[in-house]
Design a protein around this ligand. Structure first.
Ligand code: IPM
Ligand code: MG
Length: 376
């Protein structure tokens, strides 16, 4: 029996609820594949600031490093929100990303046909949307040198620097091309090459990488134009590869296509291989949503689909991953909706089944194990 070691980081706000819901689905999917998960839970984010005075303890980063994969809910909340505070929840994310070398952040966006009415975009624009955002996650302005303005000084000034090396660009761009070969074979590399020196480096390196992938078409596109096209012609994109900050912004924009931020999963991958696959950290795109925490209303689908990515990438269980994705689609087809997915008009909501976090996870779990649900 295959045995997997996973770390759970429930985090803050709705994090614990969505992680608990998704872990149940993940356990069931692994059990159905004849395996077993050994979970270890660690305290990270705002709760860690309260408990230990830091957003993540160094030994907890090491615990993650020795696992097969990490499942994270969300971190942060009003209590720890002061951007000037020396200790902040998101520092945990940077310690995990940087410390574990998780340079590749994959954020797939597709639109389930039943949810087209939940998106603010017209259904005609959403047809055939199936894109993969590949965001560089351990470089650029997030990790560059900073000087703070300081308090009270006159003529305050601050600076952030945006460094990239050729090697950092090459490894993420190569991954984007590899992923594109298994998709629609199109890569859009996004930058601001009319202004930024790092963007010009990205273009050069991307052109060099592209030579090894003659079957994949490549376009370079400026980030401002990409922002516009994401909402005017989203179906035109296949794989989008870009640097850290542009990827952060564009992936939130792309998430509105799916109808709710609560739908979207992500995987952060590094180079380390385990006996089962590639080590990675998996989390929904959404934040900790403290306003709805503890009420059993958060949508667990982003976390459950993150578990599908975990199965595929880190545990080597591609069929189990497909089964989880089919179970999510089947639950939506059968009308189950968390609050964020409910259409505004009562007429559209009439045949739908309102559920909470647990109810949605249960509906997905039932469709995972019942063979009749497969292939719907
Ligand atoms: C994300 C988030 C983080 C980021 C924040 C919380 C620092 O927005 O994962 O996209 O900017 O990377
Ligand atoms: Mg973000």
């Amino acid at each position: 029996m295959a045995h997997f070691r996973l770390v759970a980081i429930p985090g803050d706000g709705v994090g614990p609820e969505v992680v608990e819901a998704a872990a149940g689905v993940l356990d069931a999917a692994v059990a159905a594949a004849g395996g077993r998960i050994e979970w270890q839970e660690i305290i990270v984010g705002g709760r860690a600031i309260d408990a230990y005075g830091v957003a993540i303890q160094p030994e907890d980063v090491e615990t993650c490093r020795s696992a097969d994969a990490v499942l994270l809910g969300a971190v942060g909340g009003a209590k720890w929100d002061d951007p000037k505070a020396p200790v902040r929840p998101e520092q945990a994310l940077f310690a995990l990303r940087g410390g574990l070398g998780l340079f590749a952040n994959l954020r797939p966006v597709s639109v389930h046909p039943a949810l087209m009415d939940s998106s603010p975009l017209r259904p005609a624009l959403l047809r055939d949307v199936d894109l993969l955002m590949v965001r560089e996650l351990t470089g650029g302005i997030y990790f560059g040198e900073r000087t703070e303005a300081g308090d009270g000084a006159e003529n305050r000034a601050a600076s952030d620097s945006l460094p990239y090396s050729e090697a950092e660009v090459r490894r993420i761009v190569r991954l984007a091309f590899e992923l594109a070969t298994a998709r629609r074979r199109k890569v859009t590399q996004v930058d601001k090459a009319n202004v930024l020196a790092t963007s010009r480096l990205w273009r050069q390196v991307t052109d060099e990488v592209a030579r090894a992938f003659p079957d994949v078409s490549l376009e370079h596109r400026l980030v401002d134009s990409t922002a516009m096209l994401l909402v005017t012609r989203p179906a035109a994109f296949d794989v989008i590869v870009t640097e850290n900050l542009f990827g952060d912004i564009l992936s939130d924009e792309a998430s509105v296509l799916a109808g709710s931020l609560g739908m979207l999963p992500s995987a952060s991958l590094g180079e380390r291989q385990t006996t089962h696959g590639t080590f990675g950290l998996y989390e929904p795109i959404h934040g900790s949503a403290p306003d709805i925490a503890g009420q059993d209303v958060a949508n667990p689908i982003g976390t459950i689909l993150s578990c599908a990515m975990l199965l595929r990438w880190s545990l080597g269980l591609a069929e189990a991953a497909d089964a989880v994705e089919r179970a999510v689609a089947a639950a939506l087809d059968d009308g189950f909706r968390t609050r964020d997915l409910m259409p505004e008009h009562a007429s559209l909501a009439a045949h739908l089944i309102p559920v909470g976090t647990r109810g949605m996870a249960a509906a997905i779990g039932e469709r995972l194990t019942a063979p009749a649900a497969v292939g719907r």
